[in-house]
Design a binder for this molecule. Sequence first.
Ligand code: IPM
Ligand code: MG
Length: 359
Amino acid sequence: MTAYRISLLAGDGIGPEITAVSRRLLEAVAAREGFALQFESWPIGGAGIEACGQPLPPETLAACQASDAVLLAAIGSPRYDALPREQRPESGLLALRAGMDLFANLRPVTIRPALMGASSLRPEVIEGVDLMVVRELTGGIYFGRPKGRVESEGGIRAFNTMTYSDAEIDRIAAVAFDLAGNRRRRLCSVDKANVLDVSQLWRDRVNAMAADHPDVEVSHMYVDNAAMQLVRAPRSFDVLLTGNLFGDILSDEAAMLTGSIGMLPSASLSAEGPGLFEPVHGSAPDIAGQDRANPLAMALSAAMMLRVGLKQESAAAAIETAVDRVLERGYRTVDLMQEGCTEVGCQAMGEHLLTALAG
Ligand code: IPM
Ligand code: MG
């Protein structure tokens, strides 16, 4: 029997609760589809700080690099806000992305039919939305040097550098062109080329690549306009290609098209190593431990792991079908609650998912 090694990173806040749901779901689907999953749990973020004094313990990174796929819940807690930046939970996640060379972050945004009424946008605006944010994840202003803070007689100044090399742009653009070619063949590259030199290079490289992909229709959009078009006419997008910072912002915005950020999965991929799969939402420390978290984005991330990371398409589809079924049956966590539906906690949602997996 095929067996896969999965590093499970529950992280902080609601992480452990939603991880428990996804693990049971994955075990059930693997048993049904006839493959084995060997889970190993490792600390990261605040949990890493508590366990080993570091947001990314070296053992966690090594285990992730040696696994077939990594499933992460969420990191972050206000408890660590006073620590120097390198010691905070977020730095652990950034170091994991860098350490596994996860340069390509895919964030699909689809509207689940049962949730049409849950969006703050009108149903006629969001009906049929099916887009993919392709976000560069290991470069740009998140990682650019120089950065820092200097104090002088004139006052205090802090700075970061938004930088991309041609090679960095080319490799993420290639991912976006490939995806577009297998979807509706429309690629919209987002930048701020009217102001930023780094964006002009981004645009030049995307244009150069467009010449080799006549099948894909390429457009460019300034990031401010993209933010507007996402809520005005979200159906007009197929693949959205962005740098690290713009993708961070636009993917949260795109998430809200679905009604809750608690619905959005993501995949972070390298050229050849294992991928990392995680919900787009954060650790929601305000509701941690209260059995109120929405486990669906992580369940959908587990499905992405099966499809993209392990090439187990039918297992992935089974989880996605189970998610649609629980929603059709009217079960909602508090973030999605609508009139006429049944409000359930995280654990109960997990039970309903398991039931739905069976039919
Ligand atoms: C995300 C998150 C992270 C990011 C944070 C937690 C560092 O917002 O994955 O979108 O900014 O990339
Ligand atoms: Mg973000």
